[in-house]
Design a binder for this molecule. Structure first.
Ligand SMILES: Nc1ncnc2c1ncn2[C@@H]1O[C@H](COP(=O)(O)OP(=O)(O)O)[C@@H](O)[C@H]1O
Ligand SMILES: [Mg+2]
Length: 235
């Protein structure tokens, strides 16, 4: 895929060194990340592929500060995530845009309030509602702003989740099988949308996926097996 030619490049660089994460004890011990080292330049779109249980989600959770590492370092932009204390870590987490397989929308809130939710408790330098409306327009759902998630299709709910991921002006997007609960045509539309939004701003994207169509939107494909990177291919 051609390098982007648009002017803006707001993405951050991600550098991982010797990352290890284990779960469980004794015979049940699993090494979900096994001495992973990885450098992702600012603005790169990386697909993380591998069988179920290979460690894709764990890697994204560690990068996003949702889980603590056992050893190794993760640096995102000028922040060493692995050195942050609890408070700093929660500030950092809010600076990352997450998209999950199961959308994770709040069922009682309207679409607009779901998009706003991550920035409601924060002081921000933009008009929250205006930005939420712009993002809903960008994902083609401004006319559903007052609907609740159950009134939307799966594809629409995931588009709301994408708008929500972007509300805090993230420079890094972590998407965990974002098309995993969508049919293939809807999944393709979803990835075109994510790609367009990410490319417009030159954001860094890491996307865990089983879907070759998603990987086709990326600059690079990393394959993991048993918590290790076994292949790393630039496209
Ligand atoms: N919170 C957890 N507690 C125990 N084991 C876990 C936990 N999270 C992940 N694992 C294990 O770590 C391995 C990697 O899981 P995961 O990162 O979810 O893989 P993937 O996303 O590629 O399917 C699996 O064996 C999984 O069972
Ligand atoms: Mg997973």
């Amino acid at each position: 895929m051609e390098a982007r030619t648009t002017g803006t490049r707001r993405g951050v660089e991600v550098t991982i060194r010797g990352l290890t994460k284990r779960f469980g004890q004794g015979d049940n011990r699993i090494v979900a990340a096994d001495d992973v080292s990885l450098h992702v330049p600012a603005g790169q779109r990386v697909a993380v592929v591998g069988a179920s249980g290979s460690g894709k989600s764990t890697l994204l959770h560690l990068i996003g500060g949702m889980e603590r590492v056992d050893s190794g370092t993760i640096t995102v932009g000028d922040r060493e995530v692995t050195a942050l204390g609890r408070r700093e870590l929660s500030v950092y987490r809010r600076s990352v845009g997450f998209v999950f397989q199961r959308f994770h929308l709040l069922p009682a809130l309207t679409v607009l309030d779901n998009v706003l939710a991550p920035v409601l408790p924060r002081r921000v330098e933009f008009d929250r509602t205006e930005r939420a409306r712009q993002l809903l327009a960008a994902v083609g759902l401004l006319d559903r702003a007052q609907a609740v998630p159950s009134q939307l299709s799966g594809g629409q709910q995931q588009r709301v989740a994408v708008a929500r991921a972007l509300i805090g002006d993230p420079r890094l997007i972590l998407a965990d099988e974002p098309t995993g609960n969508l049919d293939s045509a809807t999944g393709r539309e979803m990835m075109e949308l994510v790609d367009r939004l990410v490319a417009e701003q030159g954001l860094t994207l890491l996307v865990a996926t089983h879907d070759d169509g998603v990987a086709a939107h990326c600059d690079r494909i990393i394959r993991i097996r048993d918590g290790r990177i076994v292949d790393d291919t630039a496209r």
